[in-house]
Design a protein around this ligand. Structure first.
Ligand code: XMP
Length: 512
């Protein structure tokens, strides 16, 4: 196991992905909970992530002293490099020469970090993103790779097994970055590289049994893949101690609710309570227009409905949720971490303090594609597991402005035409997520001889590996033309269709 200390970089979790791709288990802990995580995990090595702060600020985050005292191998990335040097007696200054994006470094001395991979004298592409720079290295360190803008691109203390990088090895724009991280995990820290999804599943089943004992668990099904995989996994661990509650907030896509109910009741024979709460959600959403207010209302109401259901079935001790790693990380500021809150994710941010059940979140450490792998491992139908992600707050965050039932119905029609066209074109699996958005804007059109004054529908489709970054899917003009025509012709209330051409960043995938 490796421990990654999070100083708030938006790409910290990519470090974890790369490490797991090397077959090594790892976890991320925010810098201010690092000590506890260190005691619990007993890692073989530690990685310091990047972060948005500057070590030249008085109150910027630091790594706890125990990590240095442990004498374990350390790898500092970007901000992690700077705090590593500063805490070990080096000096960091704010630089006027900021460096962002592609850069080339030259290897000037050998290092265990790139043993068997890079040779002295070679040049390699890396991805820089930094403002500050190390001015004098901590004692024991020397330079092993440099670039013009970054004389300390890689500085290491080979004897103490401490390595520091000014660039980000975890992003794909550092082509050999994954191999550097794998080298650190396996050769330097001595991790075996045998971690796999089957091992994860067995581990989680044991964890769930240990956590739950003879207690009762209720699991919230959202209709999406994540909560379904969580439920099946928990059912495998504790069988009849699990009851699933499907809070149908009325913000699902066409036929989605029925699919979930028949899969669980029919296929798996898992006890399922189907709560029809559309009225409750829609009446509470009336008048709400702010995206965070909508998200928070839905998260809070979801939990309230749960508590009521739990009481009805005679109480449960645990609440299970399909929270994923990206939910945990993007909402890290709620748990005291340093990263900026982009959105209050349904599964984390909306949880009211007063909730009186403990949480079971067996997917908390996994990325989306890992959850799919686990789902297949658990025998879920590949077509179900392969479905595009769907956010907990459902269509509510695809209807900017106020949500009404009428708007939901319009959006559902447009969305299913869009997805039908995507499936017919054989593109469904090439796309990470595709959906329609109903804009709170009306525009003028002409149909037949009559003037129309109706809503605009935006179409979105992105490719992504983990939802953290995303690219626009480049549909052909012909595909977009055909889909737009069908939507305007077949959906009353929409008279104009636009295609969203924004990547993430700077956009997010959902509109709210
Ligand atoms: P964003 O919009 O943040 O979305 O770029 C990244 C991925 O997360 C999904 N998403 C959510 N999933 N609860 C969820 O379970 C939520 O509140 C939520 N908000 C966004 C989104 O659909 C995309 O796949």
């Amino acid at each position: 196991t490796l421990l990654i200390i999070d100083f708030g970089s938006q790409v910290t979790q990519l470090i974890a992905r790369r490490i797991r791709e090397a077959g090594v288990y790892c976890e991320i802990a925010p810098f201010n909970a690092a000590e506890e995580a260190f005691e619990r995990l007993k890692p073989k090595g530690i990685i310091f992530s990047g972060g948005p702060s500057s070590v030249t600020w008085e109150d910027s985050p630091r790594a706890p002293q125990v990590l240095f005292d442990s004498r374990l191998p350390l790898l500092g990335i970007c901000y992690g490099q700077q705090t590593l040097h500063q805490q070990l007696g080096g000096k960091v200054v704010t630089s006027d020469q900021k460096e962002f994006g592609r850069a080339f470094i030259e290897v000037v001395a050998p290092s265990a970090l790139f043993d068997g991979l890079w040779q002295v004298g070679e040049r390699h592409q890396v991805w820089m993103s930094h403002g500050d720079r190390v001015e004098s290295l901590a004692p024991g360190f020397s330079i092993v790779a440099a670039s013009e803008g970054a004389p300390f691109a890689i500085a290491t203390d080979e004897e103490r097994r401490r390595y520091s990088l000014m660039f980000h090895p975890e992003v794909v724009h550092t082509p050999d970055g994954g191999k550097l991280l794998a080298n650190f995990a396996r050769h330097i820290c001595g991790c075996s590289g045998e971690w796999s999804m089957a091992a994860y599943r067995d581990q989680k089943i044991a964890d769930i049994r240990a956590q739950v004992g003879s207690g009762r668990v209720i699991c919230g099904l959202s209709g999406g893949v994540d909560s379904a995989v969580a439920a099946v996994l928990i059912h495998e661990a504790i069988g009849e101690q699990l009851t699933c509650v499907f809070v149908d907030h009325g913000l699902m896509r066409t036929a989605e609710a029925d699919e979930v109910v028949s899969l669980f009741r029919g296929h798996y024979n898992i006890p399922l309570v189907h709560v029809r709460a559309e009225e409750l959600f829609l009446s509470g959403l009336a008048g709400l227009t702010d995206p965070e207010a909508k998200r928070k209302f839905i998260g809070k109401t979801f939990i309230e409905v749960f508590e009521a259901e739990a009481a009805k079935i005679g109480g449960a001790d645990f609440l299970a949720q399909g929270t994923l790693y990206p939910d945990v990380i993007e909402s890290v500021s709620f748990t005291g971490g340093p990263s900026v809150t982009i959105k209050s994710h349904h599964n984390v941010g909306g949880l009211p303090e007063r909730m009186n059940m403990q949480l079971v979140e067996p997917l908390r450490e996994l990325f989306k594609d890992e959850v799919r792998e686990l789902g297949v491992e658990l025998g879920l139908p590949p077509a179900f597991v392969g479905r595009h992600p769907f956010p907990g707050p459902g269509l509510a965050i695809r209807i900017p402005g106020e949500v009404t039932r009428e708007k939901c119905d319009i959006l559902r029609k447009a969305d299913s035409i869009y997805l039908e066209e995507i499936r017919n074109a054989g593109l469904y699996d090439a796309i990470w997520q595709a959906f329609a958005v109903l804009l709170p804007v009306r525009t003028v059109g002409v149909m037949g001889d009559a003037r129309t004054y109706d809503s605009v529908c935006a179409l979105r489709a992105v490719t992504s590996v983990d939802g953290m970054t995303a690219d626009v899917y480049p549909f052909s003009a012909e595909f977009l033309g055909r889909t737009a025509t069908r939507i305007v012709n077949e959906v009353a209330g929409i008279n104009r269709v636009v295609y969203d051409y924004t990547s993430k960043p700077p956009g997010t995938i959902e509109w709210e």
